[in-house]
Write a protein that binds this ligand. Sequence first.
Ligand SMILES: [Zn+2]
Length: 320
Amino acid sequence: MAGRAARLVLLAGAAALASGSQGDREPVYRDCVLRCEERNCSGGALRHFRSRQPIYMSLAGWTCHDDCKYECMWVTVDMYLQDGHRVPQFHGKWPFSRFLFFQEPASALASFLNGLASLMMLCRYRTSVPASSPMYHTCVAFAWVSLNAWFWSTVFHTRDTDLTEKMDYFCASTVILHSVYLCCVRTVGLQYPAVARAFRAFLLLLLTTHVSYLSLVHFDYGYNLAANVAFGLVNVVWWLTWCLRNHRRLPHVRKCVVVVLLLQGLSLLELLDFPPFFWVLDAHAIWHISTIPVHILFFSFLEDDSLYLLKESEAKFKLA
Ligand SMILES: [Zn+2]
């Protein structure tokens, strides 16, 4: 999830430039948008635009104004390339080739596949692990929280609006905090359930405060970045410490080590910021594609660990 943090650094940078990115500050772009809107986005021309617009585009909320910005973005990019300049960003983003109503097709597809992987692993977990396993409900809840986050990530990359952006960020923070809770239950909560309950209440309060501040007071990219990095660090340090203490006794814990290290390593991908290959594949999309096998491995660890905990609790029960 630190990858998201890196993306936020870029967004924070973009937000700091009050007037946007290089591309949308370009007079050619601004002129083009203004003229396109005058020509197409009012009166009879607007009615004509709406009658020509495919139904899936209007359902996805693409307006005449959005279409003008999209067309003028490519006019500006062509001009930059012809003059031998570097590809500029627009409104904090690289130019992406739209596919149907998908604004960032590769990231949207990769988010969908991450969600599909989470759903498949949830189904597998529920068939192979009995509900009496001590971590069963916490793990199933984690899978639902992940599924929800991937749903919003797919929506956000399909159509970037204020609301979908917030939902993507908030749901991603929820996954990190739920992973911290999962770690707390595994390391402390099984022996001291009251501690896990108190910690859950604390995390819920933390999440509520975080989301309320960002949505009701001020959507501050810098603060959001700092908060997510802090949540992520607690998550990584807590899981790794537990893994290092237990990996000799429990071989399946190595899967968890690989997941934590891979997530940290892959998040470096996000620091590479380059114009998308074929106007589709950028560093963020590659990061989303790369996390698909990591989810499968993490759920595989949760499955092994839950079955181990079940065996252990049954053995204790027999002894008692
Ligand atoms: Zn994303």
